[in-house]
Each structure stands twice: as C-alpha cells, then as structure tokens.
Design a protein around this ligand. Sequence first.
Ligand SMILES: Cc1cc2nc3c(=O)[nH]c(=O)nc-3n(C[C@H](O)[C@H](O)[C@H](O)COP(=O)(O)O)c2cc1C
Length: 357
Amino acid sequence: MTTFGESHGAAMGAVVDGCPAGLYLNEEDINQELRRRRPGYSAYTSPRKEEDEVKILSGVFEGRTTGAPLMLLIENRDKDSFSYQSIRGIYRPGHANFTYLMKYGLMDERGGGRASARETVARVAAGAVAKKFLQEQGILCCAFLSQVGEIFFQEQKGVTVEMLQKKIYASAVFCPDEEASQRMMQEIEKAKIEGDSIGACVTCIAQVPAGLGDPVYDKLSARLGFAMLSIPAAKGFEMGRGFQSAGMRGSCYNDGFILNDQGQVSTKTNHAGGVLGGISTGMPLTIRVAFKPASGIRLEQESVNDKKEKVKLRMAPSGRHDPCVAIRAVPVVEAMMALTLADAVLLQRCATLKYPS
Ligand SMILES: Cc1cc2nc3c(=O)[nH]c(=O)nc-3n(C[C@H](O)[C@H](O)[C@H](O)COP(=O)(O)O)c2cc1C
C-alpha cells in the first residue's frame, strides 16, 4: 500500500499493489469500513463531518479485482483551513510541524498537511481490501479499545473474533464490554470538559493458521510492530504478555503444547501472543498498541514560533479535535493488521512445497 494526499488538499487515497485477481470487491465493501473511522461517529470523537466515500479508479472490472494496481480515492469534503491561520508559524507541542520544517524547510500546514491523521482514511480503505481477501481465507481480525487512562478492559480467555465483533460495534468507544465502555466514556468526557485529552490502548486479535511469517528480519511480530508504530500517535507496541514478560519466570511464561478437543496441536496458554520465532503458532495473534493523548487540546500551552519568539497557544479552540484519538485508531489498527496478514498469506504461498495441514 502507498497512500497519498494531504489533510486539506483535494483528496486522500491509496494504491494497493499485489492484490490477486478474482476478488469480489465493490465500493460499499470499503465505505462500510470508512464509516467506522469517521469523526462524528460517536460523541467521544471530533465533531468534524468527514462523509468519506471511496471511488475505485482502477483494478476492478465487472465487480472483481483484475490483478492490476487498485487506486482508491477519497475526496476531502470537510476542510476548515481558515481555523489554522491563527497558529501559522507556531511550533505546536506534540504535532509534527516542527520536525517537518526541520526536514523539508517548508510545510503545507493546513490541518497538519501530510502529517495529519487524515492520512489514515487511506489505510482503512486499503485495509478493507485486505480484510475482504483474508475473509476468503477464513482469517478474521478485530480491534477494540482496551484501556483509557486508568480504565482497563481485559478480554476473557477463549473469546473469538466473531464473539467480540458484535459487541465492539455496539459501543460508542469500540470496547466490547458495556460497563467498561461506560467508565471509559466518563473518563474521556472528564478530559474533554477540562479542555484536555487522554491516552488509551487498542488491542487487536486475529485468528490465523500456524506457519505465517518469516524467521529472521521479516518476523511476523516485527512486521506488525512496524505497521502499528507507523500509525500517528502510536507510542507503544506489545505482543501477548509484551512488557509484562520481563517480570515473569520461564516456568510461568512458556506456552506448553497440548492436543486440543479437535486433536490438533495447540498451546495451553498464549503468553507469546501467537508468534514463535517470527512465525504464527495458530493461537490468536494478540497485540496491543498504546496511543498518546491527542496533542490538540483547549488548555493553553507554551511554545515558540518560527521567528524564535515565545508564544502561548490553544490548539483546539474550535473543538474540532478528538479528546481520545485511540477511538478512531481502532479501525486503523484493524486495517494495518489485515494488510500485514494479507502480505504474510501471499508470501506463504511460495515458502514451501510441503505445508503441513
Ligand atoms: C485516527 C487518528 C485521529 C487523530 N486525530 C487527532 C486530533 O484530532 N488531534 C490531534 O492533536 N492529534 C490527532 N491524532 C494524532 C496526530 O496525528 C499525531 O499525534 C501527530 O501527527 C504527531 O505524530 P506522532 O504523535 O506520531 O509523533 C490522531 C491520530 C489518529 C490515529
């Protein structure tokens, strides 16, 4: 996937290369994913109205992919460039305008330009193609909000993606537990009222067969970390027990092999998060991504400008920003998981002449 476009430019989009021919694909397959990422979807995200709709410009003929590059275009309709005039030239704390200027010497500042998380709309569109492809292979994945500030949701052992999906979509904050959702909403509301923002974690689970991934540089765990940490505001990544494993003993951490009810080799626990030696074990892939609190807050902050003057600023005076960006990152994490897995599935087709069932 390659994405293009700036937040307040004409359009955003993605080019998806390597999608096999013959996949049934239409614009609604992609639009339904875009609706989940849209701001204004719930009271807990930005009130911007991005009525995103995709146009498939190439790579589909008579409802099926042709094997040619897919070009997906999403027009930018709700842009408010004027509201950014007052903060022009100011290095915004937590935003990328300072580093972009250091790198390129100039920047399209409207809404953050290329650095804006608006770019993630293109990832979700490309991810929808990957999800459709994976569904045909019997591979499912879902992401959900698992932590907001100090409020946690821990999924039960043995829950499947199908079981989680319905509950996730029913929650305004994409958390599969009603009680945890309520507490998370209260926490977000509190930060919002105070003109502040709050950090959060997104968990993603995928049901995949054993044997996917690469043993050395392109380990599945490494590819997933790379994909997730490329999402704006993503600040931490872990698989299975992740950072907790540093505090554990081998006797407790090791996932012992067993034969499951269907007589298949499985593991009793899944502390590894579904990957051993860079290759999937067949246990659910389980990852967590930490998102920082959004930088755009109403509270006054200190900074400097490009004339090296001290300034004070409020970064979200109009209230068009998300108090908790991780909510809208949920479909983005899911898209990046699907894209990474689709690559792994396609690469696996040339890995061996003997693939154990
Ligand atoms: C879906 C999504 C929406 C976001 N919306 C906002 C926002 O409204 N306000 C904000 O300050 N940051 C938002 N961010 C985060 C910024 O884009 C990001 O923090 C900024 O570009 C700096 O990059 P970095 O945090 O990765 O270093 C969002 C991130 C995601 C994934």
